[in-house]
Ligand binder design. Structure first.
Ligand SMILES: NC(=O)c1ccc[n+]([C@@H]2O[C@H](COP(=O)([O-])OP(=O)(O)OC[C@H]3O[C@@H](n4cnc5c(N)ncnc54)[C@H](O)[C@@H]3O)[C@@H](O)[C@H]2O)c1
Length: 373
């Protein structure tokens, strides 16, 4: 029998890739999203790949017991893409759990813009922490205790990145002293999940990554934010297509190769494979010294390429791939940005037999195929 997986935040960039990967790997996926940062267009994209639409519920985690109508939340314009009847409106999370016997939850539903979290920290704490706890309560109530949590490199203590004696963050490094409220929401949720694994039998794959790029190989799902992008690659692509005039490069006085910040960019297809492998690891039978008693588990993995790329290096690769001029301007630096952020992926290599394989050039070439259409 097919295993059934609940995916929260599925219509987002990463979640929609996940649905495709899981459905193609013969799992049944049930998906919930409140569409705050995504649209039902993803359902159409997914149907083009799978030839059917997965079960989608318009659930807001913040209204897990009593959902508010979509109209009240100003979302009505987003439903033009598909037939109303295909979406299950006005369900609560509990009702969705009652309807399906889930084996697993993948939790993507999150507010994720670092800059916005600095402007509205309480909204981020509410959406990302308070209502995630509600999700865990419903999971516990229905005895669904397996979860992949989509964490982030922002949980590492900023001193880990700043201290030059540490070249890469490893999973055992200090997580504390985050630089922004988004990172704090990930950090706190990690701690909650760690305790739930120790005291409530949750089995958790806690995956830390950053900067996923590119799109599904079928070329119908890609990161295409309707507004000014938060991430570097879509921004660069929009400059290459003249949708945006110039890339904003935050003040280049970072102590790096060319004075611009350095990040690690992972192809989303590699990332999905890392999720699938961590899923297999957590669900493989574990020896239980306590006999029948349920064993909790909390496994942390950095899913990274392990290669730092500066903003100007990325601009150069994009120039070569697109044959377009990528204009940029220097603007004031933001207080929360660190000079270099990259992590060591060796634990995932060793324990999951996983490593990123797709080159940056290939990711950008594929990305460009979309944006250049
Ligand atoms: N993209 C990245 O750079 C990156 C890096 C590391 C971790 N992550 C994490 O991966 C996950 C997915 O990221 P993404 O890039 O796909 O983001 P995204 O914004 O595209 O997707 C998140 C989805 O969650 C939904 N959502 C938010 N709050 C909700 C709520 N209360 N109830 C129901 N749905 C809600 C949004 O509508 C959106 O569809 C997030 O948890 C993010 O923090 C992303």
């Amino acid at each position: 029998m097919k295993k059934t997986i609940l995916i929260t935040g599925w219509t987002g960039y990463i979640g929609s890739h996940w649905v495709v990967a899981f459905e193609q790997a013969w799992y049944k996926t049930v998906i919930v999203d409140n569409l705050v940062n995504s649209s039902l267009k993803s359902l159409d994209w997914i149907e083009k790949i799978l030839w059917y639409k997965p079960d989608f519920y318009n659930v807001d985690l913040r209204t897990s017991l009593q959902p508010s109508p979509l109209e009240e939340r100003g979302q009505v314009e987003k439903i033009n893409y598909i037939d109303w009847k295909e979406v299950k409106w006005n369900f609560s999370l509990e009702e969705v759990f009652k309807k399906y016997g889930f084996d697993w939850v993948i939790h993507f539903a999150w507010l994720k813009a670092v800059w916005e979290s600095c402007e509205k920290p309480l909204e981020y704490f509410d959406n990302n922490i308070v209502w995630t706890i509600k999700l865990f309560e419903v999971m516990e109530k229905f005895w669904v205790k397996n979860i992949i949590f989509s964490s982030s490199a922002t949980v590492y203590d900023s001193r880990v990145y700043e201290d030059k004696n540490f070249s890469w963050a490893v999973e055992t490094d200090l997580t504390w002293n985050t630089t922004n409220p988004y990172g704090t929401t990930k950090f706190i949720t990690e701690q909650i999940l760690r305790d739930l694994s120790s005291f409530s039998g949750f089995r958790v794959a806690n995956l830390r990554y950053f900067n996923p790029i590119w799109a599904h190989e079928s070329w119908v799902i890609w990161e295409d934010p309707a507004w000014i992008p938060n991430n570097l690659l879509p921004y660069i692509m929009k400059v290459a297509t003249w949708e945006l005039e110039k890339l904003k490069v935050f003040w280049w006085d970072y102590p790096t190769i060319d004075w611009t910040w350095v990040r690690d960019y992972i192809d989303v297809v590699d990332l999905i494979e890392g999720h699938l492998k961590s899923y297999e690891k957590i669900t493989s039978p574990q020896p239980s010294p306590l006999g029948e008693r349920e064993q909790g588990q909390f496994e942390v993995y950095n899913l990274w390429v392990g290669r730092g790329i500066s903003v100007l290096e990325m601009v150069e690769v994009a120039r070569k791939v697109t044959w377009k001029e990528i204009s940029y301007e220097i603007v004031e630096r933001r207080s929360w940005d660190l000079a270099e952020v990259y992590c060591n992926p060796n634990k995932a290599k060793k324990e999951l037999n996983w490593e990123a394989k797709i080159s940056l050039e290939d990711s950008l070439k594929n990305s460009w195929k979309f944006y250049n259409k």
